[in-house]
Design a protein around this ligand. Sequence first.
Ligand SMILES: C[S@@+](CC[C@H](N)C(=O)[O-])C[C@H]1O[C@@H](n2cnc3c(N)ncnc32)[C@H](O)[C@@H]1O
Length: 248
Amino acid sequence: MKSKWADEFYKMQYGNMSAVDASYYEVQADEIMEQIGKPVDSLLELGAWDGSLAKAMSKKVSHMTTVELVKEMAEAVKENNPGNIEVIHGSFYDVQITDTFDAVIYIEGFGVGTDADQLELLRKIGQWLDNEGCALIDNYQPEHWKKADDIEMRPDPSNNPDVIRRYSYNFEENIIMDTWWKKGHEKLAQTQYLKCYTPEEIDKMCRQAGLRVTVYFPGGAMDYENMRYFEHASLKECMSYRIKIMNL
Ligand SMILES: C[S@@+](CC[C@H](N)C(=O)[O-])C[C@H]1O[C@@H](n2cnc3c(N)ncnc32)[C@H](O)[C@@H]1O
């Protein structure tokens, strides 16, 4: 594991968010299959959270492997396992995976650690891909997150109304700092740090890792002035964009 905060932060986040409806993940899985654009026999999912997406994806592939850092969540993946998922608990920097896959996905989460860490992960992803395989990775768009600096909100107002999060943006390093705490307990706040890359920067880093970006899929955007979310946004304005990458 490269970042000391990651295990504790994601464990806390998991404990402070209510479960998302399965139908959300079914839609995600359809979108992912469409973006991969061909049948998938074997799939590797990095940063699998509690296995909700894996469960939806496992209906569309013959077999899959998940890697999740947080023990409690890896155990949840096992509980959610319909039978064709190999569940690995550990950091994707450390685990030994000798198989190769038709596709690798890392949905929300890329950007933890240094540039060297991201480069190492991209190189690993390249090694885990079959010859014609592709990977989908979500990247945070710096132009969007600059507008989120100092924004405070409740991430799960209905079920966890006491939980507050604040975004701060490090303009020099292009890092989102996402700090969570329970009302009245700000001293116990925990922060995740996510590096944002422009499409040009990630393209350059992929090339360094022996990969090429074949498609950019922009996601939605938040209008922080009116606190409204828009499902579709341009590549420049989106919160994150997904890249489809293949070996060079
Ligand atoms: C922001 S969450 C995204 C979860 C899920 N992919 C989704 O889209 O809902 C990031 C996930 O990646 C996991 N993670 C972070 N660093 C990791 C690492 N080095 N190895 C394996 N999993 C990691 C976290 O524990 C967390 O479950």
